[in-house]
Design a protein around this ligand. Structure first.
Ligand SMILES: NC(=O)c1ccc[n+]([C@@H]2O[C@H](COP(=O)([O-])OP(=O)(O)OC[C@H]3O[C@@H](n4cnc5c(N)ncnc54)[C@H](OP(=O)(O)O)[C@@H]3O)[C@@H](O)[C@H]2O)c1
Length: 217
């Protein structure tokens, strides 16, 4: 069974991802700076599914040491700090970058056009297998991955074939349709796609329940 550490498990995305993946055959280690908040997420999961293999762990270093897959569910601005803490335990592990590096007014990204949050995380963790995933799905979508009768797509980008396969299975477990979009540099597009969806969500009041679907034959 694969062990997944979720760093930032008390947040909107971290808790939504934890709840979704607790339905699969994974061991989950939930980690955040506030233990009480992350403990509440564990209790909520256990109350719905007492058999779920989920526990809190109070330190991102320990969680990442034990994990095969690490999901970094913290704001882009905090990723550098997290990466520095777990650098020595990151070797050859799959790191999922979910962040959208939005500016304060949501009218642009803080990253330069020739890079992405995922590529910046890869630079900080050169020996890890960084994969972009879950950045194009809103936290609310995890409870309802089928929106208006359509299963939302979830795009994945990365450079390691095996890691892409592992993350595709995880995305399926969460109820989304996985689409491998390309190598890690495709994250530049995926992060801008979500900037657009956030802007449309605010303009048309989708109530954060919206997603992407590629129509094809
Ligand atoms: N919300 C969405 O719908 C959505 C969709 C796609 C992608 N994303 C991305 O997902 C990430 C998280 O977003 P969110 O909406 O879930 O944010 P959030 O609700 O504010 O949660 C942030 C989490 O990060 C933790 N955290 C903050 N600073 C930290 C640090 N220095 N070290 C360790 N943990 C830290 C917080 O823990 P404490 O509370 O204990 O400090 C909390 O668990 C962001 O990168 C965002 O771009 C969000």
């Amino acid at each position: 069974m694969q062990t997944i550490a979720i760093i930032g498990a008390s947040g909107n995305m971290g808790s939504a991802i934890s709840k979704s993946l607790s339905k699969g055959n994974y061991r989950l280690l939930l980690c955040a700076s506030r233990q009480d908040k992350v403990q509440a997420v564990v209790e909520e999961i256990k109350s719905g599914n007492p058999a779920a293999d989920v526990e809190t762990i109070d330190c991102s270093v320990e969680a990442s040491w034990e994990a095969d897959i690490i999901i970094v569910a913290v704001p882009f601005a905090a990723e550098k700090e997290v990466a520095q803490k777990i650098r020595e335990v990151a070797n050859q592990k799959v790191f999922i970058s979910i962040s959208n590096p939005l500016n304060d007014t949501y009218n642009g990204l803080v990253t330069a056009p020739d890079t992405s949050a995922a590529e910046e995380l890869q630079k900080l963790l050169p020996n890890a297998k960084v994969v972009k995933a879950f950045n194009t799905t809103f936290a609310a979508d995890f409870a309802t991955p089928v929106i208006a009768g359509q299963q939302a797509d979830a795009f994945i980008a990365g450079n390691d074939e095996e890691a892409l396969q592992t993350v595709s299975e995880l995305v399926s477990t969460a109820g989304f349709n996985p689409i491998v979009a390309g190598d890690l540099a495709v994250s530049r597009t995926l992060e801008r796609m979500q900037l657009l969806l956030i802007q449309l969500n605010m303009k048309y009041d989708y109530n954060w329940l919206a997603g992407w679907k590629i129509l094809h034959q």
